[in-house]
Design a protein around this ligand. Structure first.
Ligand SMILES: CC(C)(COP(=O)(O)OP(=O)(O)OC[C@H]1O[C@@H](n2cnc3c(N)ncnc32)[C@H](O)[C@@H]1OP(=O)(O)O)[C@@H](O)C(=O)NCCC(=O)NCCS
Length: 376
């Protein structure tokens, strides 16, 4: 099938033999090695020649397509895109793509995915799947921007290189979908962070694993977590590496509280969007001992509340504390929350017990009438 598909700033065209150097250079890249189906590393010109002669032919032979993403002005290869794993009886296929490191971060993948998806769904496919690794937020952003809705998690869908198996996050776009970007329940922080000069909040990520292990390994921190069990390194690693994907999914916004004076991580705070339907979210936070008692958690709670009420549809922000956790109750009161309910046996406690929960609430109108108290 010889087709040319144009999108904004991209042209999808057949691969040519003289693309071999660009394909070799593009695929010989750590992100392609990590996130694409098994590629040899290093990826040589000989590998690229085999891909262009045999790989491309076999995709078309199985009912799929694969194209170079080219610059419409210069015809330079910027990446590759296609769909395979075609299931004709279901009108379904799986889209995949890569962009060369020198062309990333300027909308090339988004434009190419939009163009190929519209073309394929307009030509008779009913459903395109897009599967990403949990820790590939760049690709998840492409999916959302190209009108793919997050559907769920395919557990252990992919054999990993180490002999284990990896979960994949599934996005889909249907023939009847508009193709417009999927609205986000939890947008990015403005400018990438929140701050008041004393604390800075930035999104939690994979690089925060050592800090999070230290913080969440403290007995008073894990004992007040759900479930109250000390976390393992693997759990912490997973939490940090999946945090950007949870944010994009609109389920939780996890942030590191940084002491602005020194740039040192001091604690963590998260907003869990438990009930988007009713506009209720919950916050939780913990500080390292050296940073307690300085009003930093109060500042962080207020910054998250101001962001949530201004930038999301959250109408009620709640927080729960153990009845004995007077320090945390004080933080909430100083941040403008009001004590609302005493919930008996609300949470799992140690050794199979249940513990009570004192619940606090903050409403947008509380902040409007009482004003933020950022001087803590
Ligand atoms: C995923 C990939 C195709 C994106 O290509 P691209 O041309 O840079 O994509 P776009 O410019 O259209 O969009 C990238 C988005 O990811 C964001 N992004 C880039 N790097 C990121 C990172 N490390 N963490 C989080 N987001 C990131 C960009 O800011 C942009 O989002 P925005 O538009 O909301 O600001 C490219 O990184 C790649 O080739 N990776 C290796 C192969 C791969 O992962 N393929 C997909 C397999 S499912």
């Amino acid at each position: 099938m010889t087709v040319e598909i144009t999108g904004i700033g991209v042209r999808l065209r057949a691969y040519r033999p003289d693309d071999v150097e660009a394909v070799a250079a593009g695929y010989d890249d750590p992100l392609c090695f990590r996130f694409l189906p098994p590629l040899p590393s290093p990826f040589t010109v000989a590998h690229a020649e085999r891909f262009l002669s045999e790989g491309v032919t076999s995709v078309f032979a199985d009912g799929g397509v694969v194209y170079a993403i080219a610059d419409p002005e210069t015809d330079e290869v910027l990446g590759g895109i296609g769909f395979d794993k075609v299931v004709p009886s279901r009108g379904q296929a799986e889209i995949g793509y890569w962009v060369a490191s020198w062309a990333r971060g300027r909308g090339v993948a988004t434009a190419a995915v939009r163009a190929l998806s519209a073309h394929a769904l307009g030509a008779g496919l009913a459903r395109l799947e897009l599967l990403t690794h949990w820790d590939n937020p760049a690709s998840q952003r492409v999916a959302l921007a190209a009108g793919y809705q997050r559907e769920g998690v395919r557990r252990e869908a992919l054999p990993g290189r180490d002999g284990g198996r990896e979960d994949l996050v599934a996005f889909t776009r249907l023939a009847g979908d508009s193709g417009e970007p999927i609205p986000r329940l939890l947008p990015d922080l403005p400018g990438g962070e929140l701050g008041d000069g004393v604390v800075t909040l930035r999104p939690l990520g994979p690089e925060d694993t050592p800090f999070t292990l230290t913080l969440r390994g403290l007995p008073e921190v894990w004992q007040t977590s759900v479930p109250p069990i000390p976390p393992t390194l693997a759990e912490i690693r997973q939490r940090c590496s999946r945090a950007p994907a949870h944010w994009l999914a609109g389920t939780r916004a996890e942030m590191v509280i940084v002491d602005a004076a020194t740039g040192t991580p001091a604690g963590e705070i998260a907003l869990f969007y438990q009930e988007p339907v009713t506009g209720q979210a919950m916050i939780g936070y913990s500080m390292l001992p050296a940073f307690r008692g300085r009003g930093l958690a109060t500042r962080a709670a207020q910054l998250v509340a101001l962001w949530a009420f201004a930038e999301t549809d959250v109408a009620r922000l709640i927080a729960g504390t153990l009845p004995t956790n007077v320090g945390s109750q004080r933080v909430l009161e100083k941040a403008g929350f009001h004590r609302e309910a005493y919930l008996k046996s609300r949470l799992p406690g140690p050794d199979g017990t249940r513990v009570d929960d004192v619940e606090f609430v903050l409403l947008a109108e509380d902040l409007l009438t009482e004003g933020p108290r950022l001087d803590g």
